[in-house]
Write a protein that binds this ligand. Structure first.
Ligand SMILES: [Zn+2]
Length: 273
């Protein structure tokens, strides 16, 4: 029988979060750049008035340099970074925020709940690099919108992975054609039943929104870990002009099918409890 990869957070996956020795990047839409280490993504959205960063990998100077170099490599200007949005209060998403703040002074956004969670409950209390290391003054939540130039990011409250996680919906363009992208903010299912229920409810809530806004693009902050993201980036880089964009789903029903993987991860987790 066919043996498929199963999602699990192994010791190796945790080591990969800290690994600053390897990066890749790919421009996957006219206005979207992905930068990844072996674990997490930074997503850069280009607008008519500058760049929006969403999540920022792991707090390590090499990762900050990788983000800046990737933006320059595709001909965009890192000095145009105007906003930085954080999906949730884990160190592999708050990431290089302190260097981003120092270098470009963007407006920074996250949920107030996860801001406190990030400060009060470091992922690894014995590893200082996972502790909160910069301030945030723009708290956002369900129904808020973050606008820069011609782009507006819709914000949704999707707790479960963390108590105050956020997910996002926004327009992207492929060779001039408009699509609508979604980012599910928290990936790894929680380790107790009560929080898995919260996670499931958030998936249900977010899917109502992805239906409403006709989402047809699935982006992820942990594509390496659970959705063959490296391979998809490779396809995006080597894409022939006559080929479809590998990030565009077949229809707006496609995101519902894609999101089934979040449920499947929860079922696998529940079986281990
Ligand atoms: Zn997380």
């Amino acid at each position: 029988m066919l043996q498929l990869n199963k999602f699990s957070l192994t010791q190796k996956d945790i080591e990969n979060m800290f690994d600053g020795s390897w990066f890749t990047h790919a421009q996957i839409f006219d206005d979207v750049l992905l930068i990844s280490n072996k674990s997490t993504n930074c997503i850069v959205l280009k607008t008519s008035e500058g760049l929006i960063l969403m999540d920022a990998i792991f707090p390590k100077k090499e990762m900050f340099d990788a983000i800046v170099d990737a933006i320059s490599d595709i001909g965009w200007n890192p000095k145009d970074i105007k906003k930085f949005i954080i999906s949730h209060g884990h160190f592999d998403h708050t990431g290089c925020g302190k260097w981003i703040k120092k270098a470009f002074n963007p407006e920074i956004y996250m949920s107030e709940i996860d801001y406190h969670f990030w400060r009060e409950k470091p992922f690894f209390p014995d590893k200082p690099e996972t502790h909160a290391d910069f301030e945030i003054h723009n708290f956002v939540g369900e129904g808020d919108e973050i606008t820069l130039g011609d782009k507006t990011i819709k914000v949704f409250f999707t707790p479960g992975h963390t108590p105050g996680g956020l997910s996002f919906i926004f327009p992207v363009y492929d060779l001039g054609t408009k699509h609508v992208a979604a980012i599910w903010g928290g990936t790894n299912p929680p380790n107790n039943i009560k929080e898995v229920v919260v996670y499931f409810r958030s998936v249900d809530h977010f899917l109502k929104q992805t239906d409403k806004y006709n989402v047809d693009v699935a982006l992820s902050t942990h594509q390496m870990l659970m959705e063959n993201g490296l391979e998809r980036m490779d396809v995006a880089r080597k894409r022939f002009v006559h080929m479809p964009n590998p990030y565009v789903l077949c229809s707006n029903k496609g995101y519902r099918e894609y999101a089934q993987l979040f449920r499947n991860m929860c079922y696998d987790r529940l079986e281990t409890m």
